[in-house]
Design a protein. Structure first.
Length: 255
């Protein structure tokens, strides 16, 4: 166990160094969510009537969208390791596939925490006023980390399977699609009926509803019986386990 933790910490430090050196990707991961937040609040916010301040409604969705941008860079980092010779060096050492990939995942979690904090800061400047208790804040951050975790393991799987950085970068387009077809920007009951079913039964919607309820200080509505929190945790934990196992198996199978 000691060796495993040491290997994970070593690969995590390496992943963080790679993130710090890729300034363009870091700027993109921060600037794009902020621009999207400004666009929806300042341009579209006045035309959207949801019965509350739109900034309070849209902020959780933009936070999850930011996680998608961060995951896309993880896919490209894994692909570079696979095709750039780094993995061949690691295969000659007693290092497990899970350890190599987990370094990228933990580094992505750290990077997304920074991005999330920046989006929160900008949203507060725009008028976002969360009413969560300290426990509610802790639960909201935990929910965001669970979401980032499964989507980053999916990105790691994509990075192992694809054969070029362009293909890995294309992963972001698929990830960006999910928050837009959810309750991130408008209530799902305003969507066309044929699209509403997908929006209600995909993993992003319960995560957004959970984070939104926790930040609004209405934890009882999302954590009680029939609330979105249980479904969100099941989605995130199940998909995270699935993609982590699949990424490890794909890593071992690729030569």
């Amino acid at each position: 166990m000691t060796y495993l933790l040491r290997d994970v910490s070593t690969m995590t430090v390496r992943g963080l160094r790679l993130v710090s050196r890729d300034v363009d990707a870091m700027i993109t991961a921060v600037v794009l969510p902020v621009v999207i937040l400004l666009m929806f609040v300042l341009v579209f916010g006045g035309a959207v009537d949801i019965g509350t301040e739109y900034i309070n409604y849209v902020t959780p969705g933009v936070i999850l969208l930011a996680a998608g941008f961060g995951a896309a860079s993880t896919a490209m980092a894994v692909e570079r390791d696979m095709s750039g010779g780094m993995v061949e060096r690691l295969r000659s050492m007693p290092v497990t596939a899970w350890t190599v990939l987990s370094g990228h995942v933990v580094a992505s979690l750290a990077k997304n925490l920074v991005t999330t904090a920046i989006v929160f800061g900008v949203s507060i400047l725009l008028g976002f006023r969360p009413e969560a208790s300290p426990l509610g804040w802790l639960a909201a951050v935990g929910m965001i980390l669970l979401f980032v975790g499964w989507i980053t393991w999916l990105a790691a799987l994509v990075g192992v399977l694809v054969r070029s950085p362009d293909a890995a970068g294309g992963f972001s387009f698929a990830v960006m699609f999910l928050p837009y077809v959810s309750s991130a920007f408008v209530p799902v009951d305003t969507l066309p009926r044929w699209l509403r079913g997908f929006a209600e039964h995909q993993p992003v919607t319960p995560v957004i509803e959970t984070v939104r309820g926790l930040l609004a200080g209405d934890a009882a509505s999302v954590t009680g019986p029939g609330g979105a929190a249980v479904l969100a945790v099941v989605w995130c934990a199940g998909l995270g386990l699935l993609f982590a196992v699949a990424a490890g198996l794909a890593f071992r199978a690729r030569r």
